[in-house]
Structures are given as C-alpha cells and as structure tokens.
Write a protein that binds this ligand. Sequence first.
Ligand code: ZN
Length: 164
Amino acid sequence: MSIRDEISRVNERHAAGFTKGDLPMPPARRFAVLTCMDARLDPAKFLGLDEGDAHVIRNAGGLASDDAIRSLVISHWLLGTQEVVVIGHTDCGMLTFTNQQLQAKLADEAGADASSIDFLPFSDLDESVRASLRRISESPLLPGSFTASGFVYDVKSGRLREIA
Ligand SMILES: [Zn+2]
C-alpha cells in the first residue's frame, strides 16, 4: 500500500471519532515548542500536549532559523504565546555532516549549486540550543517578556535535560 493510501485509511478512522472541531486558534497553554523534525521525537507525547495546547515548530535541528523566528513572531504577536521551549536532542542528524559535504553531494548527485546555502549543521548539541536561545532573546521582533528555555531530549531514555 502506498503512503498516500495508508494515511488516507488511518485518517478515515481518526475523523470518524473526532470531537475537537471547536478548539480556538490561539494555543490554550500559551507557549510554543521549537524542536527538531527527527522522526523519533513526538513532542505531544513527551511533553503531554493535547490538540490546541501549544504551537509546535519543527525544522532540521530545532534551530531558531529566520523561518523559525518568523513562526515565533506570528505565534506571539498574533496568537498570544508568551514563551518558547527550544528542544534539541541526542543523536541529531545535524551533528553528522558539514555544509561542504552536503553541498558536494548536491553538486554530484543533483547537479545543483548549493554553495551559497547554509544548511545550519552543528558540532556541539548544547551550544546549538544555547545559540537558538540567544537568537530568540536578541530578536528585535520578540519582546523581552517572551521567555525562552532550552532542553535536550535523550532519544534513548525519552528524558529531557535542561540547558543552563
Ligand atoms: Zn535532530
């Protein structure tokens, strides 16, 4: 069965029992999560989130990239969130390559010139979370009252560790 058929089948069952169609748009718990796209991370599960609770912004690495900041600005100014939790994780794929390597792969295998693109890989996990926290706190687009805290999720234990 194709992915398309699989998800359609599962979604039919989901919709048949769906009862949360009247939730308001602003997140009820007034916070946002910024984390990695890694398939092993299920933020709703490990943070105890229900539909409507929080914004979950995901990208490769869970980084406060320009686009993540864009989402946070909308999350805060238009939808009322007051803080963000930035969550990196152990064994992150972003620790496994350099810009140069990925640029070379794209050149070799796709004939694409990605030489000017920063894919934002990192070599220090805790520092990557701290750098995202700094970007958020230093952004002129977010107020000082918008607090940011950082964690690392351990993919082996399922446990969060706070980043000081
Ligand atoms: Zn990751």
